[in-house]
Design a protein around this ligand. Structure first.
Ligand SMILES: [Zn+2]
Length: 106
C-alpha cells in the first residue's frame, strides 16, 4: 500500500492536524503515512480511514462473493444436489449484480 493520496491528505491528515493531533516523525509500516498522536494514542489515520471506507463499501457483495466461492469449491457430484447448488449460485450472482447496480446508482 502506498502513502496517502491527495484526497486522504485533504480529508484525513489536514483536519487531524487542525484538531490538535501531533504528527510524529515516525511512519506507518503499512502505508508510509506519518503517524499521529492524540490523547496518548499513536495511530495511522490513513489506515483507519481506509479500513472504515472499505467496510462501508465492500459489505454486502463481499459477503455474497465469499459464499459463492464456498459453494463453487464444494460442488457435489450428485446431479440433483448439483442442480440445487447451481441454482443458489445463480441467485447469488443475480443479487451481487443487483447490489452493484444499486451502489452504482448512488
Ligand atoms: Zn498506515
Amino acid at each position: 500500500m502506498k502513502g496517502p493520496t491527495e484526497e486522504e491528505i485533504r480529508n484525513v491528515i489536514i483536519p487531524l492536524m487542525l484538531s490538535g493531533a501531533k504528527m510524529l516523525d515516525r511512519h506507518c509500516p503499512k502505508c508510509g503515512s506519518p503517524l499521529f498522536e492524540k490523547d496518548g494514542r499513536v495511530f495511522c489515520p490513513v489506515c483507519e480511514y481506509r479500513e472504515k471506507k472499505g467496510k462501508d463499501q465492500g459489505g454486502v457483495d463481499a459477503i455474497l462473493f465469499e459464499k459463492l466461492n464456498e459453494l463453487a469449491a464444494g460442488l457435489p457430484d450428485d446431479v440433483g444436489e448439483l442442480e440445487k447448488h447451481l441454482r443458489v449460485m445463480g441467485m447469488i450472482i443475480e443479487l451481487i449484480e443487483k447490489y452493484r447496480k444499486l451502489e452504482g446508482a448512488k
